[in-house]
Design a protein around this ligand. Structure first.
Ligand code: HEC
Ligand code: HEC
Length: 374
């Protein structure tokens, strides 16, 4: 707490403090205290709408019978005695391949939560055991399974490359103590992350945080394109997936983030990323919001994100890097700050900036942020 206060005093200029006061005051005048129930956009929370009964994609997460809402292909390994490496599925049977890699892994190995297909071992430092194999005895799946060995992550989780060690540790602690969860209990991926964080030993937390904090977000992982029409998509495995031969439809007020190559995404190929379609005009509107806090008509709606996240939006210390990251991930976080699903600790600093953002403005902001060089 003390550190946080010091940092705030140190880093926030007088202008920023004034802006914070403004946002708090303006917001207080315009919105009732109790936040109305919020509709969660499907493109940011890609789970089938609630049906009233306990349906697929519930908190079960990977390994459970999650159907469409859980992670496609995720399997608990058969388990084996010995070190964590013994948790991986046996890598027998026909091997899958990806372009440019001499490695080959079986489907069962790729789908196992305690093994990580490492297609390009020279593209990252050696993974610590918890990143490569997890800690099965404590319910900890391998970090690299979901976040990938490069830390680039996927839309249903988050990128963890480019984050500082202190921020990573802080988030793990927030998942552990309950101050960070998802606005949608149906986001099985986030429930699973909470389970993982709770099972970690202090040593494992240090090792994983040290590893990911040395990695840079890859440049070409997410391509952002303004487009009026997009492929027809549906939520599957907590991601948006293009419907095969589904045609196109108007983008509307959405970001549609899909695999460049769905088959390579399924193989967890770290060189085949995502394409994010964003509405025409959103990049310019987003730039204005992010850098000045004002909308197209010049009205102040938020605090310039650059004040805390830095001119290059690469963050510092406990303020995370937000340039060039997945737009659907970032929209989910912004909404989680709005609903209070992310609260406490450093999350308090995000309350005022997100308070008055509309869904359209969230689209604009994340479109612009995702388009920046990471
Ligand atoms: C089963 C998949 C899965 C595994 C395994 C997993 N994570 Fe996560 N992780 C997630 C999801 C999902 C999120 C949150 C996405 C969201 O909030 O929308 C997340 C979020 C995070 C964040 C927050 C990032 C940010 O920008 O705030 C950190 C840090 C993190 N994970 C670290 C780890 C570490 C370290 C491990 C291994 C010990 C690990 N994760 C294992 C799925 C996973
Ligand atoms: C007053 C300082 C401040 C301002 C202004 C601010 N942020 Fe943040 N932001 C933070 C802090 C601190 C965190 C980390 C919160 C936590 O630990 O949960 C954060 C976290 C985030 C995250 C979550 C990233 C992740 O890794 O999960 C996103 C996305 C984000 N901010 C976007 C924005 C946007 C967009 C704006 C401008 C509209 C903005 N922020 C303005 C301080 C700020």
């Amino acid at each position: 707490m003390d550190i946080r206060r010091c940092w705030t005093n140190f880093a926030l200029s007088a202008a920023a403090s004034a802006a914070l006061l403004f946002a708090a005051g303006a917001a207080g005048a315009q919105t009732p205290d109790a936040a109305p129930a919020r509709t969660l956009p499907v493109w940011a929370y890609p789970v089938a709408p609630a049906t009233g009964r306990r349906g697929p994609g519930g908190p079960g997460g990977p390994g459970g019978r999650g159907g469409r809402g859980a992670f496609r292909g995720a399997r608990r390994g058969p388990g084996a005695p010995g070190g964590n490496a013994g948790n991986a599925a046996a890598d027998t049977g026909p091997k899958e391949h990806v372009p440019g890699s001499s490695a080959g892994y079986s489907k069962a190995y790729i789908a196992n939560l305690y093994s990580v297909p490492d297609w390009f071992p020279n593209s990252h430092p050696p993974m610590p055991d918890v990143v490569a194999h997890g800690d099965r005895a404590n319910g900890v799946a391998a970090c690299g399974y979901c976040h990938l060995p490069t830390g680039a992550g996927r839309p249903e989780n988050e990128s963890v490359a480019g984050l500082s060690k202190e921020y990573i540790l802080d988030e793990l602690n927030d998942f552990r103590d309950g101050s960070r969860h998802s606005s949608s209990p149906r986001m099985g991926s986030v429930s699973f992350m909470i389970r993982v964080a709770k099972g970690l030993t202090p040593d494992e937390m240090q090792q994983a945080a040290a590893y990911f904090s040395t990695l840079q977000l890859p440049d070409n992982w997410i391509q952002v394109k303004e487009a009026a029409t997009v492929p027809v998509t549906r939520p599957e495995g907590a991601m948006m997936v293009a419907v095969p031969n589904g045609g196109t439809e108007p983008i509307g007020d959405r970001v549609i983030e899909v695999s460049v190559d769905q088959a390579r995404t399924e193989l967890r190929d770290t060189t085949s990323g995502f394409i994010a379609y964003v509405p025409p005009g959103s990049l310019a509107r987003g730039q204005r919001l992010v850098t000045t806090g004002r909308d197209a008509s010049g009205q102040p709606v938020t605090i310039a994100c650059t004040i805390c996240h830095g001119q290059d939006l690469h963050g510092i210390g406990n303020v995370p890097h937000i340039a060039g990251r997945s737009p659907s991930q970032m929209a989910r976080q912004i909404i989680d700050f709005q609903t209070g699903a992310r609260s406490g600790g450093w999350a308090e600093l995000m309350k005022a900036p997100v308070k008055n953002l509309t869904d359209t403005q969230i689209v604009d902001v994340v479109a612009y942020l995702a388009s920046l060089k990471p």
